[in-house]
Design a protein around this ligand. Structure first.
Ligand SMILES: [Zn+2]
Length: 523
């Protein structure tokens, strides 16, 4: 099995992404995660252009890593000076890493129009910088910036830049599709020429501007590249870098290469979501392999088939990458989805049971009203319980009132709620303050019910989403509220629909409480 070296640039190229800003603590967590995952190189920053990156390298020098090799990144020396006198190169050395990535220009147009120097001086800049780092005992990766665009315009010169690096002692050369516009076949052909010409390892570094970064990377590997550069979740400037998750999954699960230890493959989904948490960006639900929708089925016929034979609509077993299959509850989903969900309550049910038809009818009626049970499985379970006679009303609401302050005066405790509940003939009245009316209502309701059901003390709201349903009828538009709750161990989602946002929230909140009190241990 051929080894492919995984080179992560989340903390350098990935940092260029719009909306991403990692603190020192965030970066340490990411490095730890990458090291545990088994990547080979972690490019952790550009100390020359960002002095703050040196703090990270200093901390990491003390901590040490298990498997991965840390890389400091920076440009070749500036034009017409000695390598010794170049501040960038000095900063890279100060990072104290075993490996250094030096990027240099491979496209003649950039040398003349952007660097404003001569083609020969650019070659000397590459050679001097690589040689300088080799004198300091570093492993040197030469990143040939704009290599593919350069090669397409002036192949001779592009190759000369690689020669300059290789002759100066570079340990590997990485070919970059910096503008991200190359096509897979071009990447294959050009990479192939380079691999045949030089006998040091070749790497591939692609951007996603044409939507082909992953495909281009795979083609680079097919052409003989053995080092793959990319970022977690494909974070990066503009349309992003090549996403390491699908690259690793494709290479290791389908093409017989070894990228990371086998036992780490089943952690890819968790790692992807963890990284988006740290990045504070919503996870891409459609991400191949690791997205929440990657193995989610909605059409009734597809669900039916997947339940008979998973390979009918799944390209791999989701467990291989730590993902899982989801079957969505919706009008479109057929009898078998509903039955699968209902069987968790009663194994004896069949496709023809009248209860199954009753749930389907109720589902259709509620969806017509604006409900959606995708992502609100707990509300759907309550609907099933009602049809199966398993539902029991545990409390009655006698009255509730919400008073909201002018929220622009203070966001804290800007609202208060008063509530009266009845449980087994006993009345309980409570009031609570909250940040806004929904929060106040949630607190008052749980405070009142905790008297009777102390297990609710562990429960809290973790997410709240509102969606306006019919924007054409703006004055009487319905809103759908989705609430996610957690007791620290499990989380569950519920839904409410109304023309009034407080009422919609209320319905979802009551569902959340009823669900956790009624669910028992079997679901
Ligand atoms: Zn890049």
């Amino acid at each position: 099995m051929q080894k492919i070296y995984i080179y992560d640039s989340t903390l350098r190229d990935g940092m260029q992404a719009e909306g991403i800003s990692f603190s020192l603590e965030d970066k340490l967590k990411i490095v730890e995660q990458l090291d545990a995952m088994g990547v080979d190189y972690i490019e952790a920053g550009n100390p020359g252009s960002n002095p703050k990156d040196l703090d990270l390298f200093n901390v990491l020098q003390e901590k040490g890593l298990g498997h991965a090799r840390l890389v400091a990144f920076g440009s070749t020396r500036r034009a017409n000076i000695d390598a010794e006198g170049d501040r960038n190169l000095a900063a890279m050395l100060a990072a104290g890493t075993l490996a250094i990535a030096i990027f240099g220009k491979s496209w003649d147009f950039h040398v003349i129009e952007v660097l404003h120097t001569t083609l020969d001086e650019n070659l000397r800049m590459i050679a001097d910088s690589v040689a300088y780092m080799k004198q300091h005992g570093k492993e040197v990766i030469f990143d040939a910036e704009h290599f593919f665009d350069g090669y397409k315009r002036n192949p001779e010169y592009a190759i000369k830049t690689l020669e300059a690096a290789v002759n100066a002692g570079a340990d590997s050369i990485a070919l970059c599709d910096t503008n991200g516009g190359a096509f897979p076949m071009e990447i294959y052909d050009i990479t192939r020429c380079v691999v045949e010409r030089f006998d040091i390892p070749v790497g591939i570094h692609c951007h996603n501007d044409g939507g082909m970064a992953v495909a281009n990377t795979i083609m680079g590997v097919q052409a003989g590249a053995i080092q793959v550069q990319g970022t977690l979740n494909g974070y990066g400037e503009r349309c992003g870098n090549a996403d390491l998750f699908p690259i690793i999954a494709n290479l290791q699960l389908k093409m017989g290469y070894r990228c990371i230890p086998d036992e780490k493959m089943a952690e890819l989904t968790t790692i992807s979501r963890y990284i988006s948490e740290i990045a504070n960006l919503p996870p891409d639900t459609k991400a191949p392999y690791v997205g929440a929708s990657a193995f989610t089925h909605k059409a009734g016929m597809h669900i039916d088939a997947v339940l008979k034979a998973p390979t009918s609509f799944e390209h791999i077993d989701p467990a291989l990458v730590g993902n899982s299959r989801r079957l969505l509850m919706s009008e479109m989903s057929g009898r078998s989805t509903v039955l699968t969900r209902m069987k968790r309550f009663d194994q004896s049910l069949t496709k023809d049971s009248p209860e199954v038809q009753a749930v389907i009818d109720e589902l259709k009626r509620l969806e017509y009203e604006g409900y959606q049970f995708e992502g609100a499985e707990a509300s759907f379970d309550l609907l099933i319980m009602k049809q199966l006679g398993r539902y029991k009303k545990l409390f009655d609401i006698k009255d509730f009132k919400v008073i909201a302050d002018q929220p622009w005066q203070s966001e804290d405790n800007s609202a208060a709620a008063m509530i009266k509940v009845l449980v087994d003939g006993t009345e309980e009245m409570t009031a609570a303050e909250g940040d806004g009316p929904v929060d106040a209502l949630d607190k008052a309701l749980r405070k009142a019910l905790e008297v009777f059901y102390p297990q609710l003390k562990k429960m809290h709201l973790t997410d709240y989403k509102v969606r306006v349903l019919d924007s054409r009828a703006a004055t009487a538009a319905k809103v759908r509220v989705l609430i996610e709750s957690s007791d620290g161990q499990y989380s569950w989602s519920t839904v409410g629909v109304s023309t009034n946002i407080i009422a919609a929230s209320w319905i979802a909140m009551v569902d959340a409480i009823e669900y956790t009190l009624l669910k028992g241990d079997d679901i």
